[in-house]
Design a protein around this ligand. Sequence first.
Ligand SMILES: Nc1ncnc2c1ncn2[C@@H]1O[C@H](COP(=O)(O)OP(=O)(O)OP(=O)(O)O)[C@@H](O)[C@H]1O
Length: 274
Amino acid sequence: MAQIEQMYGKNVILELKEVSKTFLQSEKNDSGPTRRHVVLDRLNLRIREGEFVTIVGTSGCGKSTLLNIIAGLDAPDSGLISVKSNNNKNIGKAERVVIFQEGALFPWLTVTDNVEFGLKIARIPKELRKEIASNFIDMVHLTRFADSYVYQLSGGMKQRVAIARALALDAQILLMDEPFAALDVQTREILHEQLLQIHKSTGKTILFVTHNINEAVQLGDRIILLSPHTRSIKREIVIDYPKPRDIESPEISAIRRELLNELQEDFRFAKTHS
Ligand SMILES: Nc1ncnc2c1ncn2[C@@H]1O[C@H](COP(=O)(O)OP(=O)(O)OP(=O)(O)O)[C@@H](O)[C@H]1O
């Protein structure tokens, strides 16, 4: 942690201090007694501006809970979350935008209407709205489909619309919760490439939750491993190799193995403590 604080002390855009979250859960069925399930226990995290952070961990360890808390969709029981506010904040700009596995789009609207949606709510003038939407639709390579309805698109295209919509809102931080999990391998590879290009050209800060170790090592500048054991961050691995990365290279393979070992250990722990 000290090493990371040294490296990331400057330009911290997001900071979580001692964040905890407990859910009440029914024991076997809804009518059974309830128990307290501590998901996050005094978690500390700092994210630097422009950083691409991937979050991994065994199923149920709290990855989505963490992302929802950062997004402001859920509240922690205790702890502090600070987001560096955008000084140039205009109407229509969002600090944090979440992109879920199921793009959360309006299927009955066109690609352009979906990307423009938030801007319209924010009363951005029509001409400017069109210009912003067309710019980001172009960035995700969907110009040919700008007037298509979302229900007509493939899963990968829908996720590209969701990314364009988040970019149009000029979110400071993109929060991505397994956005490509439902896609086939080839589409996922293409979207990885495009997301890396977008990250490079926009410099956005990205927090990306995934089950997939390969995805985590391909995309992340830093990997955060959440654990059901510590109920917090168990490991952080800074990956200082240029992208795109060859996941078969000795350096990246070593990181993959390391993560796999950690995940297996946590999986065994979760199994014996569930
Ligand atoms: N609203 C809720 N009420 C009760 N329990 C909840 C609620 N939301 C999440 N949980 C529980 O909190 C734990 C963490 O859930 P979360 O969805 O954050 O895990 P995850 O790491 O994202 O899992 P997965 O990888 O399977 O998506 C799980 O045990 C889940 O059942």
